[in-house]
Design a binder for this molecule. Structure first.
Ligand SMILES: Cc1cc2nc3c(=O)[nH]c(=O)nc-3n(C[C@H](O)[C@H](O)[C@H](O)COP(=O)(O)OP(=O)(O)OC[C@H]3O[C@@H](n4cnc5c(N)ncnc54)[C@H](O)[C@@H]3O)c2cc1C
Length: 282
């Protein structure tokens, strides 16, 4: 590991989150420390020093901090969702979504939800998880061009809209992914998960997450496409037409973990299984 940077600052307050020239945010570092330092980055600002509560749940719903580790997500919301008919059964897919990442236990202990979302990799299963749960990301925006150290405000963006392409995320320089919020109404809804990879422990190449609800089950596709896509699928015909449409837009993703054609076929199969399981019309 060759980490060629000059400084690491631990953020303790919001003012500390204002980036100085050459700085980038650090979550768990499992990606940043496994790759060459991104061009132009000379310093890191460690967000884990902010001391955010990893997750909380109340009448408004579930909040998960950007610094919540995958291990904490599993032990908290994942455990809440363990009962198949409880008030948090929508969280029943948390465990599968965490397992869909090809992480060792050691990496999962430090990798964060915010880091996974901010990377925007097709195999970033936190995207499929929170998109399926209609979560909104709360983003802290940096101060506008005044140079003041007082940060400005925040904005909200649907997680489904946050990732715009493979490794492309709608975060402007200096924006912090503070937390994701899952609305209370969604927590009790039935959800399901399917994934495919070329080998049993291989990187996720197609992932389908689904949620029962009105007006029809919502099916979300990730990993086989560059950016998440969702549909309220009334029936299997509608689902087929949508999957054909995805193909017509050239959106299927391809890399060493699976060809376009295979991912398209897997996605179609998994999406139909998902709709079946969620009780969609034939
Ligand atoms: C063995 C191994 C297997 C992996 N498998 C997968 C996989 O299957 N799928 C996958 O998606 N990834 C995978 N990864 C990549 C990575 O570990 C995960 O995506 C992880 O969730 C990243 O989180 P992190 O906190 O470690 O991010 P970091 O490495 O700390 O940061 C990643 C990026 O996000 C930015 N960032 C971090 N937190 C925030 C925040 N709160 N707000 C704004 N920007 C932020 C950083 O500036 C950086 O650009 C793997 C990594 C390893 C080492």
């Amino acid at each position: 590991m060759d980490i060629d940077i000059d400084t690491v600052r631990v953020a303790r307050s919001r003012a500390d989150c204002v980036l100085r020239p050459g700085e980038a945010f650090l979550g768990g570092g499992t990606f940043l420390y496994s790759e060459p330092v991104p061009a132009g980055v000379t310093g890191l600002v460690d967000l884990t020093g902010m001391g955010w509560e990893p997750w909380s749940v109340d009448g408004a719903g579930l909040r998960v901090a950007g610094t919540c580790t995958l291990e904490e997500l599993l032990a908290g919301p994942g455990r809440l969702g363990a009962s198949s008919d409880g008030p948090y059964r929508g969280l029943g897919i948390v465990g599968e979504c965490v397992s869909a990442l090809t992480l060792s236990g050691k990496v999962a202990r430090t990798a964060t939800v915010g880091g996974n979302l901010a990377l925007g990799l097709p195999a970033g299963s936190m995207v499929g998880l929170f998109a399926a749960l209609s979560a909104v990301a709360v983003v802290w925006t940096p101060e506008a061009s005044t140079g003041s150290s007082q940060p400005a405000g925040s904005r909200e963006v649907a997680v489904a809209d946050l990732v715009t392409g493979a490794g492309r995320v709608g975060l402007a320089p200096g924006e912090v992914l503070r937390e994701v919020r899952v609305p209370a109404a969604v927590l009790g809804q039935r959800t399901m998960f399917r994934r495919a990879s070329l080998t049993p422990t291989g990187r996720t190449a197609a992932m389908v997450t689904g949620r029962a609800g009105e007006p029809a089950p919502r099916i979300t596709v990730t990993a086989s496409v560059s950016a998440p896509l969702s549909l309220h699928a009334r029936d299997h015909d509608m689902l087929d037409r949508w999957i054909d449409w995805i193909g017509s837009t050239g959106a299927w993703y391809e890399d060493t973990h699976g060809s376009r054609e295979w991912r398209a076929a897997m996605t179609r199969r998994l999406a139909h299984e998902a709709l079946e399981e969620l009780g969609g019309a034939a």
